[in-house]
Ligand binder design. Structure first.
Ligand code: ATP
Length: 244
């Protein structure tokens, strides 16, 4: 069994009386692609933001490669690439300037680092827009840049909120393949998605969150068995309490 990279123990987050996430128990491994599924407002982004240390847990804790996600968020950021739900980019820089800035901040602007970054630029078809101002980027191009930024320091862990949402089918396939390659090389890839087809094709294991609670956990086949349904869509509907 591969090493445990990310662990959540009783992780929860409340807003007043409302529990956005409750009692999350999870162990994720090197080389794994893990998909977080769940209806709107189920707690997926909350979970990823807790892992990044952007939110303080109300209960429990999480660790990434042994670093506490709250107390050692800086160390977590060093080993993790993150794609947030809401992309915040420097509007008045070009894509290339943004990448230079982020690589410099991370302390590695070596030719080897740049050639690795150029490979993902090439793969996602960002090259054409790289010297344009971010302010003029389309939604898909912004996402491509944000993905290249998340991958740029070759992190051991990727936490990606809806990585293929808003991308055309060709780029979406490139992203799926890129993430599979990263996982094969030993990275842990955690993504949230509403696209059940992406979940089924890309993820080794899935977690289905409903109203802040993990209702199913396992391989796509195990989730079908746990719910007694024939398709992931039926399983998802059953778990989220939607009548067939
Ligand atoms: P979506 O699929 O729509 O992106 P999600 O599963 O990512 O949803 P979250 O964004 O994690 O869901 O939100 C979980 C719940 O927590 C939602 O009901 C949301 O309204 C609530 N929530 C999030 N942030 C706050 C906040 N700052 N104050 C109060 N409630 C919040």
């Amino acid at each position: 069994m591969a090493a445990v990279v990310l662990e959540a123990r009783g992780l929860g987050r409340r807003y007043g009386a409302f529990a956005a996430l409750e009692g999350l128990e999870l162990q994720l491994h090197a080389g794994e692609v893990f998909g977080l599924l769940g209806p709107n407002g189920a707690g997926k982004s909350t979970t990823l933001n807790l892992f990044m240390g952007f939110l303080r847990p109300s209960s429990g804790s999480a660790t990434i490669l042994g670093h506490d996600c709250t107390r050692e968020a800086h160390e977590v950021a060093r080993v993790t690439g993150h794609l947030p739900e809401e992309l915040t980019l420097f509007e008045n820089l070009t894509g290339r300037e943004t990448l230079s800035f982020v690589l410099a901040m991370r302390g590695d602007t070596s030719p080897a680092r740049w050639s690795a970054v150029e490979a993902s630029i090439e793969r996602l078809g960002l090259g054409r827009d790289l010297d344009q101002l971010v302010a003029g980027y389309s939604m898909g191009t912004r996402k491509k840049l944000a993905l290249v930024l998340a991958l740029a320091h070759d992190p051991q862990v990727l936490l990606l909120d809806e990585p293929t949402n808003g991308l055309d089918p060709v780029v979406a396939r490139e992203v799926r393949e890129l993430l599979q390659t990263r996982a094969r090389e030993g990275a842990l890839v955690v993504l949230s998605t509403h696209l059940l087809e992406v979940a089924e094709r890309l993820c080794h294991r899935l977690g289905v969150l409903v109203q802040g609670r993990l209702r199913a956990l396992g391989t796509p086949e195990e989730v079908l068995r746990q719910t007694g349904r024939a398709t992931l869509e039926e399983a998802f509907l059953a778990l989220s309490g939607t009548p067939p």
